[in-house]
Structures are given as structure tokens and as C-alpha cells.
Ligand binder design. Structure first.
Ligand SMILES: CC(C)(COP(=O)(O)OP(=O)(O)OC[C@H]1O[C@@H](n2cnc3c(N)ncnc32)[C@H](O)[C@@H]1OP(=O)(O)O)[C@@H](O)C(=O)NCCC(=O)NCCS
Length: 188
């Protein structure tokens, strides 16, 4: 199956539109409690214009089955934070943290992996791992690591992130969403 999947950076508007479709299908607001518990869920919905600009600057890594986008992992550098106001508190929080003795605030060589999703029917097939492998290959020349946060109750996503090598950096409760977030780092 994985032979038929291509891992590539986003290059067209049609791919960005497909990312938005996949996102819409996996938001916590449209899923049952059972599906969220077994399959995971997304929290942030992106504005189409912002997502397009983000992908022009730093293309997401996508998994394609033919023309269909069946997975994506968004790439969001620090200087894009102001464009996604809902994520500004996260960047402010990251500014207080250090990785390997260097304050994130003073280090330009990392970005936030903004959101990852694999389409239903394509899960458990190595697509998650394939997207992170491709991300390392594409972004290693410019960046040393990526940071993301995963809701503690998204146990499927937590497990997958640990499996590919993400390490814990920080844990904090978010009163607005009721989630406890784990901030994790993957070195390139
Ligand atoms: C989270 C997601 C990206 C992971 O991709 P995937 O292809 O399903 O991941 P994998 O199947 O490779 O890995 C999932 C791991 O969790 C395990 N798992 C499955 N269901 C689980 C559950 N309910 N609780 C804990 N672990 C679970 C699997 O066994 C596997 O671990 P293993 O390799 O040790 O066996 C995908 O499920 C998804 O898109 N979910 C909806 C959106 C989402 O949650 N995105 C992440 C937001 S942070």
C-alpha cells in the first residue's frame, strides 16, 4: 500500500483545498466521543487564505494516493504566528521554553508542526511515519527540530508521536479547550 503513496511538499492550490477538506472531517466539533477516543481529533480550523500563504512560505508535507491528499503535516515557522491569532498564546508559551539549553525565543532553527492528519481508511499504514521522514529530509538544511503539541487525551496521536521519536518538553492545561497539552520535540 505504502508503495502507492507519494510523500511530497504541497505545490498546488488544489492540494491546500484538499487539506482543508480533510481538516473539516476531523475536527472535534464534528466527531462523536467514541471516534475521538479511538481515532483522534483536530482542534484548530485554519482560514483558507492563511493556510494558502503558509503553504507558499513553508509547504506542508502531504501524502498522496494518486491525486487525492490522504495525509498532511503543516509547517509553521515562528514568524508566521501573527497570522493565526488562535495560536499566538502557544507561541508566547513556547517563547518561555528552552531545548538543549537554548531558549526557543533566541533560536530560529525550529518550526511548529501545526497539525497532522491521516484520512480514515489510510490509518495504521505507515503514512504518519512517512510524512515525518519526508519532513526531516525537506527541512533539515534550514531547521534542527520541530515542535508540536498534542492533547493528552488524543492517545492515538500521542502514541504515534512517541513512536516516531518525539520527546517531551512541557505539559500544560488549557482552560479554554479543556485539553491538557503536551509540547513535544522531534530532532531532525
Ligand atoms: C493521529 C493520526 C495522525 C495518527 O496516524 P495513524 O496512521 O492513525 O497512526 P498509526 O496507526 O501509525 O499509529 C497510531 C498508534 O497508536 C496506537 N493506537 C491506536 N488507537 C489507539 C488508542 N485509542 N489509544 C492509544 N493508542 C492507540 C496504534 O496501535 C499505534 O501504535 P503502535 O505503532 O505502537 O501500534 C491519525 O489517526 C489521525 O489523523 N487522526 C485524526 C486527527 C488527529 O488526531 N490528528 C492528530 C492531532 S495532534
Amino acid at each position: 500500500m505504502n508503495d502507492q503513496i507519494q510523500f511530497v511538499p504541497v505545490s498546488t492550490r488544489a492540494e491546500v483545498a484538499q487539506i482543508l477538506d480533510l481538516q473539516a472531517q476531523n475536527l472535534a466539533s464534528v466527531l462523536s466521543a467514541e471516534t475521538m477516543a479511538s481515532q483522534g481529533f483536530l482542534t484548530v480550523r485554519h482560514d483558507p487564505g492563511v493556510l494558502q500563504r503558509m503553504n507558499e512560505k513553508t509547504p506542508a508535507i502531504i501524502a498522496k494516493a494518486g491525486d487525492r491528499v490522504v495525509g498532511y503535516a503543516l509547517v509553521m515557522p515562528r514568524d508566521f504566528a501573527a497570522e493565526v491569532p488562535v495560536l499566538l498564546p502557544m507561541f508566547d508559551m513556547l517563547d518561555q521554553l528552552s531545548w538543549k539549553g537554548v531558549a526557543l525565543r533566541n533560536n530560529p532553527r525550529w518550526f511548529v508542526m501545526g497539525q497532522i492528519c491521516v484520512a480514515e481508511g489510510y490509518r495504521g499504514l505507515g503514512i504518519f511515519d512517512g510524512m515525518y521522514l519526508k519532513m526531516k529530509e525537506v527541512y533539515r538544511p534550514e531547521y534542527d527540530f520541530t515542535v508540536t503539541e498534542v492533547a493528552e487525551r488524543n492517545t492515538r496521536s500521542m502514541r504515534a508521536h512517541e513512536r516516531v521519536g518525539f520527546q517531551g518538553l512541557h505539559t500544560y492545561p488549557d482552560k479554554t479547550t479543556g485539553n491538557v497539552w503536551r509540547v513535544v520535540v522531534l530532532e531532525f
